[in-house]
Design a protein around this ligand. Structure first.
Ligand SMILES: N[C@@H](CCC(=O)N[C@@H](CS)C(=O)NCC(=O)O)C(=O)O
Length: 218
């Protein structure tokens, strides 16, 4: 049995969950509190981060490596078959990892000035996706790809953040919004979070002093 070690709000773990669901692989999830990591986790996690994938008494870390592994061992293959296109997708998945950091830094901004500065940064970074998107580089072989699994957690959070502050919709020009809409409609994506994710997400970042979360009135 495949076992994922997770933190309920972690977008990197969610990438692996989506890949597993697309492949109809049975898996278990062990949720930990990253603020108080249990000893068993500290003993097996090289960097103290989630996700971890436990398989055959071995441990894998780094979400991009975990989803690559899952793609190699479970059908259907989600990465493009063409090696060049596959390499391009891997590169943009790495870029997507950085976008998740940019998004988190936006949410963690403590005041309005910092928020606007990080919003501008995220907007610039998101715009870099437009050229490869319009050139077809981000297309899979006509089907849902591992790159899609890697970007869906980012788009889910963008949607939630836009509900809180409508001006954030402007961060995603139409081609990005269309991509996001397509991904967020997938059952594998819809079912990849805990039911009370929204409440937990808002409560977690409110407790960290997020200026954006203060706008929710919670
Ligand atoms: N590059 C890593 C990032 C993983 C990551 O940052 N995970 C966060 C939770 S979303 C974490 O475990 N943070 C704990 C820490 O940094 O101590 C990946 O893609 O797996």
């Amino acid at each position: 049995m495949i076992k994922l070690v997770s933190f309920v709000l972690c977008p990197y773990v969610q990438r692996a969950v989506i890949a597993l669901r697309e492949k109809s692989v049975e898996y278990e999830v062990a949720y930990i509190d990253l603020a108080h990591p249990p000893e068993w986790f500290q003993a097996i996690s090289p960097l103290g981060k989630v996700p971890l994938l436990e398989v055959e008494d071995q441990v894998l870390f780094e979400s991009s490596v975990i989803i690559d592994y899952l793609d190699e061992v479970f059908q259907p293959r989600l990465h493009p078959m063409d090696p060049l296109r596959r390499a391009q997708h891997k590169a943009w998945i790495e870029f997507g990892s950085g976008l998740l950091v940019d998004q988190m830094e936006l949410v963690l901004a403590k005041d309005e000035a910092a928020f606007h500065e990080r919003q501008a940064h995220l907007e610039r970074q998101l715009k870099l996706l437009l050229a490869p998107l319009e050139a077809g580089v981000l297309d899979g072989d006509g089907v849902f790809s591992l790159l899609d699994a890697a970007y869906a957690p980012l788009f889910m959070r963008q949607e939630l953040l836009t509900e809180i502050r409508v001006e954030l919709a402007g961060l995603q020009p139409q081609p990005l919004q269309s991509w996001s809409d397509r991904l967020l409609a997938r059952p594998s994506v819809k079912g990849s979070l805990v039911d009370d994710f929204r409440e937990r997400y808002i409560a977690f970042f409110s407790a960290k002093g997020s200026w954006l979360m203060q706008q929710t009135g919670i």
